[in-house]
Design a protein around this ligand. Sequence first.
Ligand SMILES: Cc1cc2nc3c(=O)[nH]c(=O)nc-3n(C[C@H](O)[C@H](O)[C@H](O)COP(=O)(O)OP(=O)(O)OC[C@H]3O[C@@H](n4cnc5c(N)ncnc54)[C@H](O)[C@@H]3O)c2cc1C
Length: 334
Amino acid sequence: MNVGENCTRKYQTIMPSIEKNGEKMPDWLPVFNDEMADFWSGEMLWNTTLTSYTTFRVGGAAEALVFPRGVKELSQLIQGLRKINVPWHVIGRGSNIVVSDKGVKGVVIVFGHNFSSRQIVEESADLVQIKVEAGHSLSGLVNWSVEKGLSGLEFAVGIPGTIGGAIVMNAGAWGEEIRDVIVSVTMMDEKGNSITRKRDEIDFTYRSWGEADSMIAVEGVFELEKSDPARIKRRCQDFHESRKNMQPQNKPSGGSFFKNPPGGKSAGQLIDESGLKGLRAGGAEVSSVHANFIVNDGSATAADIIKLMHIIQQRVEEASGISLQPEVRFLGWE
Ligand SMILES: Cc1cc2nc3c(=O)[nH]c(=O)nc-3n(C[C@H](O)[C@H](O)[C@H](O)COP(=O)(O)OP(=O)(O)OC[C@H]3O[C@@H](n4cnc5c(N)ncnc54)[C@H](O)[C@@H]3O)c2cc1C
């Protein structure tokens, strides 16, 4: 859960229940209105369901939802929320999160097209460096690099989400990951200050960038290699085909649910060998195509997904002695 370290303190209850135009509003609205005027003038959506902001398509409402338009606005927002002790959480495309049915307290900051510039910052005979903001879509960057004949991101074909999410999750496939192509990341701390770290200063590990939960990825610089466009296209097509054959299509999910345990068998193999393909909890189901995908049949709640997760963990541990750890992140589960 991405709650700034110093903003986890519960905000005071100002009023038991506040409504505006018939909508339930968070109890911190008055203090927000009073205090934030100096910090921030952007727009906020109140009491908004997050279902359509996640690929699992489950979850309750965020007390407030905001789409920052640039680093300055983001910094002002963070400083203001910190001052009034309202927690915040950051999401991109929501392709790796399970949002609680009870919703999310505080402000959910969504990185999207308002925060998605892309700019070539260096070019040599062989290499190109591109600076990309956190809200840029990963697939958009892959498509752009294919068009330009730049190699390095082919592995990411078919991985949904934003650049920010890909950096934070150190997204990867086919033995390659974001760490391999990143030069530096600019991040914002819980005080609203930006710092840039080079790749070697970031502790990337399997599906994590190793930074504190309160840190926000603001932009990344990627280094790609000039290469034969036909070859790049072919690699992308091959990866795309493999994905189509191996992963469930057209059913909401969060991608691979569990991390692969170190060495030995993959999470999918362990779940499959435990005989769990097709197992259900309410509307959540272990995909019959890829056992490490929990899919939503359209009627699942977040609680169904969590229930199924626990059953899988228990059954795999009984069968193999291995404790599976989720790769997906959880939002709103206090
Ligand atoms: C069908 C499908 C296939 C997938 N295949 C793969 C795959 O092959 N490989 C792979 O690695 N992943 C895969 N995923 C998982 C997911 O797409 C990646 O993890 C992706 O990088 C997440 O990006 P996002 O913008 O959706 O992040 P979100 O899901 O919105 O967020 C993920 C986490 O990152 C945090 N976060 C997001 N943006 C920021 C930011 N700017 N600053 C700080 N924290 C942030 C969130 O708080 C959350 O903890 C797949 C998912 C789906 C649905």
